[in-house]
Design a protein around this ligand. Structure first.
Ligand SMILES: C[S@@+](CC[C@H](N)C(=O)[O-])C[C@H]1O[C@@H](n2cnc3c(N)ncnc32)[C@H](O)[C@@H]1O
Length: 220
């Protein structure tokens, strides 16, 4: 059961979150934090797909610290489609000038260091399905915030949702039921519908585009 008055992150954690480069608004971040605190009670690691520069990782890691578990974050650090040069969400500062490709890993590491959360986080650098293919550990929470194509969003769901433990939480970001609200497509919305239709997950809460589901049955 969720607490009537959820714990808020300390001011210095909130300041680090606000200062970090990234895409998660504060009110969705607080919903992520609350879910992560609750899921942490299972005593299992909490995993995020889509690190980018570490903005959401800060809140996941702070909740993991409170629960005494590890936060894991997965990203190839080369950016999603919509973050590439010429696209809406491109930030030229994320390009490695030597190789001319995005590399968000150095910024992520600085973000985490400044937030004092390096010891709470294991960062896995690589393609999400490739890492998921050898993953065997049950997870208290999976937060899907990776690529927005159907291939990537489905790959994240199929790769990581099976590892959400009974009673654990599956979070999906950028769920937009109205296509007019979303520039990068509705693949996360389709994954959210698929999770509900599977009968394995039940909706707990919705905060703007962030959906929190709980595993209440087997499968995906
Ligand atoms: C929307 S950003 C994540 C935003 C971040 N959670 C935040 O709070 O700012 C999506 C990230 O997913 C990563 N990504 C996209 N597809 C991926 C894949 N197949 N495997 C690993 N990472 C991927 C991109 O490199 C990008 O950094």
């Amino acid at each position: 059961m969720q607490d009537p008055t959820p714990a808020a992150p300390k001011p210095e954690i909130l300041a680090a979150f606000e200062a970090a480069k990234g895409f998660m608004p504060l009110h969705e971040g607080l919903a992520l934090y609350e879910a992560a605190l609750e899921a942490g009670r299972l005593g299992l690691p909490l995993l995020e797909v889509g690190t980018y520069c570490g903005r959401s990782t800060i809140l996941l890691a702070d909740a993991a610290r409170a629960a005494g578990v590890t936060a894991i974050t997965v990203d190839h650090h080369r950016g999603s489609e919509e973050q590439q040069p010429g696209w809406e969400y491109h930030d030229p500062a994320t390009v490695d000038p030597e190789i001319g490709r995005m590399d968000t890993l150095p910024t992520f590491r600085r973000t985490l260091h400044k937030a004092g959360l390096e010891d709470q986080v294991v960062a896995m650098v690589g393609r999400s399905p490739q890492i998921a293919a050898f993953w065997r550990t049950p997870l208290g929470l999976v937060f899907i915030d990776g690529g927005h194509t159907d291939e990537h969003a489905s790959g994240d769901y199929e790769g990581w949702a099976p590892h959400v433990a009974e009673g654990g939480l599956l979070l999906i970001h950028d769920v937009f039921p109205d296509p007019a609200d979303e520039f990068t497509g509705q693949a996360p919305y389709r994954v959210y519908l698929r999770a509900l239709e599977s009968g394995a997950f039940t909706e707990v809460s919705a905060t703007d585009s962030l959906r929190v589901l709980r595993r209440t049955g087997a499968g995906i």
